[in-house]
Design a binder for this molecule. Structure first.
Ligand code: HEM
Length: 182
């Protein structure tokens, strides 16, 4: 009987010792580390929200504009500016192709110009470009089927590669298409 009481008392004191052992300074320190880690993972703003704050802004909206040969002229890529060219009344932003159309490029003659005739005829000749910037647009009505076919091919390429940013009209016709569209 004495033996049983002795063992029970021993077991109780072992248990107390074990629960006291749990409250050691080392365990307290480990608990602090654990709590801090949980806080860092769960509550602090993580890198994902920092990345969300750094999401690049959308590119500026493209405003569809009406150009005349004269107002198109400055878009020749000089001083790092955008490069536009027109094909059959549509103005393409060809800035992506700056190496072709920018200053010093092999097709720089088309930059800021109506390139329709030059593309159709496969010519860089000055005579291909609209001379009178305030006169009527080139009607292109003398082009043959092969030239029109070539022009269509270029248009298709541009449609795939570049954005249309406006239309080209003659001076005095700026408001005409818009009235019809409304
Ligand atoms: C000696 C004759 C020519 C050679 C060797 C030549 C060469 C080239 C080359 C290598 C490209 C790049 C193709 C690419 O990477 O997509 C190109 C594109 C082009 N070429 Fe020519 N070319 C010649 C004549 C012409 C002519 C006569 C015209 C029209 C007048 C012309 C207009 C263009 C245009 C508009 C582009 C497309 C640029 C773009 O993708 O925006 N080329 N040419």
């Amino acid at each position: 009987m004495d033996y049983v009481q002795q063992r029970v008392a021993q077991a109780v004191s072992n248990q107390e010792a074990a629960s006291n052992a749990f409250l050691t300074p080392l365990n307290a320190l480990l608990l602090c580390v654990l709590l801090y880690t949980a806080y860092a993972f769960l509550l602090r703003p993580g890198p994902s929200s920092a990345a969300a704050a750094q999401v690049p802004k959308e590119p500026p909206a493209i405003v569809f504009r009406t150009f005349t040969p004269r107002t198109l002229l400055p878009y020749n890529g000089e001083n790092g500016g955008p490069v536009y060219l027109a094909v059959r009344g549509r103005v393409f932003d060809v800035s992506r192709g700056r190496n072709f159309y920018g200053p010093g490029g092999p097709y720089a003659n088309f930059a800021g110009r109506d390139a329709s005739r030059g593309l159709a005829c496969g010519s860089f000749d000055e005579s291909m470009l609209t001379k009178d910037l305030d006169g009527p647009l080139d009607p292109l009505d003398d082009l043959g089927p092969d030239q029109l076919e070539a022009l269509k091919g270029w248009e298709q390429r541009f449609e795939e590669k570049y954005l249309v940013v406006g239309r080209l009209v003659a001076v005095g016709e700026e408001g005409k298409g818009e009235e019809k569209a409304e």
